[in-house]
Design a protein around this ligand. Structure first.
Ligand SMILES: Nc1nc2c(ncn2[C@@H]2O[C@H](COP(=O)(O)OP(=O)(O)O)[C@@H](O)[C@H]2O)c(=O)[nH]1
Ligand SMILES: [Mg+2]
Ligand SMILES: [Zn+2]
Length: 303
């Protein structure tokens, strides 16, 4: 017996976007901009922020999602059972936000490079809280800017605390569906709030002792932009696990390593001990940054 057929239908299916998965229900936004709480028909699988769906109202006035449409670019991390857990879908750009407080974490940036490469999304790095830079963290910010800039990624600096600093970030958003990712507390929601003051976006203080962020953002939210673009705020993570990916996927996220690897003598080269390894040569002559190589090995060994 199908539970669905027993529900009286009062309208035909209409398109909408999932703008948040609230756990027990979905928040969808219709074509005319109306936000509705909705339940999903059984067998649709896990629907996430960004999913395009169809919906209808049953005779009792409840909104039900009836179908989910084809996805592109589903950003995922590994869940506790070792499987891919989708975070948001139809994403075209991953913007990794980083800051001097909580301290810069380039391994996390590289994890996001891998996840973004996996879905063919563009990558941008935003260095926020430039007001807090001192001589030491200033050097670290310069290194990040140089390293990721040289790899061909867009890098922008900004400061939510001071005015006029967000134009560089706003420029990244044109015609893209961007997701803001990075540690909790780096200022993702603050950036969004500044760019979109019309929305009620919560931001959080850093906890006193550790300087780490509290998880103020608990749900991944979609905010539409003109021209079919959007910006997605996501909760922070301390560890963005990629154990569901294999070594080929991981290498693809280190584009300079993948590039040099085409010139290794053996096509199954692991770039660790083989003779005539073009990656090891590039590491020795400085064409590959030692941190990137180390992070590459770290991700390979944790898969
Ligand atoms: N000093 C400084 N603090 C900032 C800046 N941007 C955000 N913050 C603060 O950092 C904390 C965490 O911000 P939030 O946006 O919630 O971070 P999220 O967890 O990445 O979303 C809040 O106390 C913000 O006020 C900035 O540019 N400079
Ligand atoms: Mg937040
Ligand atoms: Zn090699």
């Amino acid at each position: 017996m199908s539970g669905d057929s027993s529900i009286p239908q009062s309208s035909t299916d209409k398109p909408a976007r999932v703008i948040a998965n609230l756990g027990t229900e979905l928040l969808i936004q219709t074509d005319c901009g109306k936000k509705l709480n909705a339940s999903a028909k059984k067998n649709l699988g896990l629907l996430v922020t960004g999913d395009l769906v169809t919906w209808q109202t049953d005779g009792y006035g409840n909104t039900r999602v009836t179908e989910s449409l084809k996805r592109t670019g589903t950003l995922a991390r590994t869940d506790r059972r070792g499987k891919a857990k989708p975070i948001a879908t139809n994403v075209s750009q991953v913007i990794v936000v980083t800051a001097p407080r909580p301290p810069f974490d380039t391994l996390l940036i590289d994890r996001y490079c891998v996840a973004a490469a996996e879905i063919g999304a563009e990558i941008a790095v935003v260095i926020n809280k430039t007001d807090l830079l001192n001589s030491e963290s200033g050097n670290a910010a310069d290194s990040i800017e140089q390293l990721y800039g040289k790899l061909g990624y867009k890098v922008a600096r900004c400061c939510v605390k001071q005015t006029g600093g967000l134009a560089a970030v706003a420029k990244l958003l044109d015609e893209q569906v961007s997701i803001l990712v990075g540690q909790s507390g780096v200022g993702k929601s603050s950036i969004l709030k500044n760019l979109m003051p019309q929305h009620d976006i919560k931001t959080g203080d850093l906890s006193d002792n550790s300087g780490l962020g509290r998880h103020t953002t608990t749900v991944t939210n979609w905010y539409p932009l003109p021209n079919n673009g959007a910006i997605i705020d996501s909760p922070g993570v301390r560890l963005f696990s990629l154990e569901h990916l294999d070594s080929v996927n991981i290498q693809a996220g280190f584009r300079e390593i993948a590039d040099h690897a085409t010139r290794c003598k053996f096509n199954n080269c692991t770039h660790q001990h083989e003779p005539e390894c073009a990656v090891l040569t590039a590491l020795t002559n400085g064409a590959i940054h030692p941190d990137r190589y180390e992070h590459f090995l770290q991700l390979l060994n944790s898969e």
